[in-house]
Design a protein around this ligand. Structure first.
Ligand SMILES: N[C@@H](CCC(=O)N[C@@H](CS)C(=O)NCC(=O)O)C(=O)O
Length: 283
């Protein structure tokens, strides 16, 4: 790619920015991860989180250049022209096309597009839950069980089985370690990141006995998803991301009940401090 660095702006979480950060690092293009932090504020005896570090700052200038500006956004120069792109799937599509990671044929490109959308559906089941606050632990556990059923039910209505079947229906001569063709593409990063989030959810709520990061999807009887997930963690070009501060960020933002603190727990403003720098550079 004819670009010497890419800026990716997002909150101090993995969230919708994570897959794009991973792709840029995987492609070997220097990444400037611009980080915005929400801050706790007391309102009507309740702690809420305000995002003025984004809304009252960079957003104002970026909005003059792209009215749709949102987090995540990408900013880069190509042939002296500045590009500013928002919407997570658009960022992943753009990066995929620039890096040669968006299928090799028109048919594969359409596969990439569908798979990106499918991953949004899979992710939103757990993120909707993560940002809900329940009146009691029982209510929370009941809702967590519903997420578990919706995502993992091995029937026609389950969400993850779609990906298991997608992998099993692939041409047998090709590797099943990637979703499209026989090489990495944008939806692989999005699926990996979503599975990583589900892994934290499954371990936190202890849905699967004797489960760990490596065996949880196999124990749930998703053998191809398990292979996909474990292979992705071993990819040599992913190791720089795993070693970076970006991989240590929580999955969800501070207002979330699940995934905003360490290993799934809720962020606690009276004991936790967000020490993430305003910029993380990975070269
Ligand atoms: N469809 C958008 C959703 C973007 C979105 O909702 N961003 C949230 C964080 S996940 C946000 O806080 N945006 C900042 C803003 O509204 O300016 C995408 O996929 O990027």
């Amino acid at each position: 790619m004819d670009v010497n660095k890419i800026t990716l702006g997002y909150w101090s979480t993995k969230g919708l920015g994570s897959a794009s950060r991973q792709m840029i690092i995987y492609a070997g293009v220097p990444l400037i991860a611009k980080i915005y932090k929400v801050l706790p504020k007391e309102e009507n005896n309740q702690i809420i989180y305000e995002g003025s570090s984004w809304h009252d700052n960079d957003k104002i200038d970026l909005k003059k250049k792209n009215s749709l500006i949102n987090l995540p956004y990408l900013k880069y120069f190509k042939d002296d022209k500045e590009f500013i792109i928002s919407h997570s799937n658009t960022c992943l599509t753009f990066l995929g096309k620039e890096f040669g990671m968006f299928g090799e044929t028109q048919e594969e490109e359409i596969e990439c597009e569908q798979l990106l959308q499918e991953t949004v559906d899979l992710r939103s089941i757990v993120t909707r839950f993560a940002y809900t606050h329940f009146n009691s632990k029982d209510e929370e556990l009941l809702a967590a069980k519903e997420v578990y059923n919706t995502a993992f039910e091995n029937s026609n209505s389950g969400k993850l089985q779609k990906f298991e079947h997608w992998l099993s229906s692939k041409d047998k001569s090709k590797t099943k370690l990637f979703l499209v063709g026989n090489k990495i593409s944008s939806p692989d990063f999005n699926l990996f990141d979503t599975l990583d989030l589900y892994c934290e959810f499954l371990l936190y709520y202890n849905f699967v006995e004797n489960a760990d990061n490596n065996n949880v999807f196999a124990l749930l009887e998703y053998p191809l998803i398990s292979d996909f997930f474990n292979n992705f963690k071993q990819l040599p070009k992913m190791q720089k991301y795993f070693a970076s501060e970006l991989y240590k960020l929580p999955f969800t933002n501070k207002g979330a009940k699940f995934g905003s603190g360490k290993s799934g727990i809720t962020w606690n403003p009276s004991i936790d401090t967000d020490t993430t720098p305003d910029e993380i550079i990975v070269e």
